[in-house]
Design a protein around this ligand. Structure first.
Ligand code: GLY
Length: 435
């Protein structure tokens, strides 16, 4: 088969790495890819926004399957355009991707189908949103309705913080048209997990759970990022909880989406918070998480390409997915300044020392390579050092040992990825070794 992966981050590197291992995969392309992805796939210089060019390339290159990594091309209809050109595509239609494209739509759907989530209000003007929070008088979360690259969510414990958040989104328009409306919801307390399930329109099959660290700094403090690290499996995800999430969250959502004329096909990513009253949905995404995908892929034993095809072809009920027993953990190395302004183009040394080690994979999130083979940063989240081990603690120790070998003074990383799970097994060597 000839496969095209769309995207250029660590998630797409992980997808390419796994797809390339499939005996079904004859040629693998990635648009636009990055320097790490170029080891697995032939990179094609077409941006994820250039849908016409992507479709034309897929036709010319006789692509059998397109796999779309990020949300924005899905929300903007790339899967529909590929389908219209007769090309099989993994990822939901624009209608179904609206589940991630509008937080208000998502919340209304959850309530309509009795799926547990936080109480909320939806507002189109700052005045009505502020009147609501004044009357409510409790810790809340303000969310821009549309896509804001993970930055449109503010946790507010005081009225002043909440009013500032509404002004930032709706008056200063920090996220552009994503702030045409806001969702204001009750702030829930509990551990969060990212839960992934495959959906073929009708059937849903659980993948697994991952925990990521969205906050910039150790101890899960500081501003939100796209994710500074991830690990799987989380200790909190018991088989009972997984069944509960499937029964009370994933399956009713799949039925609800079909019922409202937006059947979902692809990977459904539920951001779930584990409250004292049980799991509740914080958000839905319509693609794999980044960096969750990097950790998840390292645990997947089954052939990813066959799995993706079964989703596209509506054959999910005939699929069984095997997982390795081991845990996996990803430490993101980011450019200094991220998630604010950062510079590109600093040299990263030492990558050749860590390329072929057992139980370790360095997924590139934003790199380029010059003609002499040197690597340079080319993004905010630049590398995802991913290691496996019998436990999360051992995977953590391995991942941080590799981080030490990478010579990139302009980069930084969090030193406590996996702490929630690792705290159960005591202080780790990785944490003691960190600078
Ligand atoms: N790591 C969170 C996300 O991919 O949305």
């Amino acid at each position: 088969m000839r496969v095209l992966v769309v995207g250029s981050g660590g998630r797409e590197h992980a997808l390419c790495w796994a797809i390339r291992q499939s005996p079904l995969c004859q040629r693998l392309f990635c648009a636009p890819g990055n320097a790490g992805i170029a080891v697995e796939a032939l990179c094609v210089p077409i941006a994820v926004t250039e849908h016409k060019k992507l479709v034309a390339f897929a036709q010319d290159a006789a692509i059998d399957l397109v796999v779309v990594g990020p949300e924005s091309p899905l929300i903007n209809g790339l899967a529909d355009q590929m389908a219209a050109a007769g090309i099989r595509c993994f990822g939901p239609s624009a209608q179904a991707a609206f589940l991630e494209g509008s937080k208000g739509f998502m919340k209304d759907l959850l309530v309509r189908y009795g799926i547990p989530t936080a109480e909320y209000g939806r507002f189109r003007t700052p005045a009505t949103a502020k009147a609501f929070i004044r009357a409510w008088d409790r810790p809340i979360v303000v969310k821009a309705d549309g896509l804001a690259a993970g930055k449109g969510v503010r946790l507010c414990r005081t009225l002043a913080e909440a009013e500032l958040a509404i002004d930032t989104v709706m008056v200063q328009r920090a996220f552009g048209s994503a702030g045409d409306a806001v969702v204001v919801e009750a702030l829930l307390e509990g551990e969060e997990i990212s839960f992934f399930a495959l959906v073929d329109g009708i059937e849903a099959l659980p993948l697994t759970g991952v925990q990521d660290h969205k906050a910039l700094r150790e101890g899960d403090r500081g501003p939100n990022t796209g994710g500074m690290g991830a690990y799987s499996p989380p200790t909190v995800l018991t088989p009972v909880l997984e069944r509960d999430i499937m029964t009370r969250i994933i399956l009713p959502t799949v039925r609800g989406m079909a019922d409202v004329g937006r059947p979902f096909r692809g990977v459904l990513f539920a951001g779930v918070i584990l409250t004292d009253d049980g799991p509740r949905v914080l958000e839905f995404n319509v693609r794999f998480g980044d960096p969750e995908c990097q950790a998840l892929i390292m645990r997947l034993q089954s052939d990813l390409l066959q799995i993706l095809l079964s989703v596209c072809d509506g054959r999910l009920s005939s699929v069984a997915i095997d997982w390795y027993e081991h845990a996996a953990l990803t430490v993101v190395m980011a450019a200094r300044g991220y998630p604010g302004p950062f510079s590109r183009g600093s040299e990263i040394r030492g990558l050749e020392r860590v390329m072929d080690l057992p139980d370790v994979k360095v997924f590139h999130g934003g790199t380029r390579q010059d003609a002499t083979g040197r690597f340079f940063s080319d993004g905010g989240r630049v590398l995802g050092i991913t290691a496996t081990g019998p436990t999360v603690a051992e995977a953590q120790a391995r991942a941080y040992a590799i981080v030490q070998k990478i010579d990139w003074p302009e980069g930084f990383y969090r030193r406590d990825i996996g702490w929630r799970t690792v705290r159960h097994s005591g202080t780790t060597r990785a944490l003691q070794d960190s600078p």
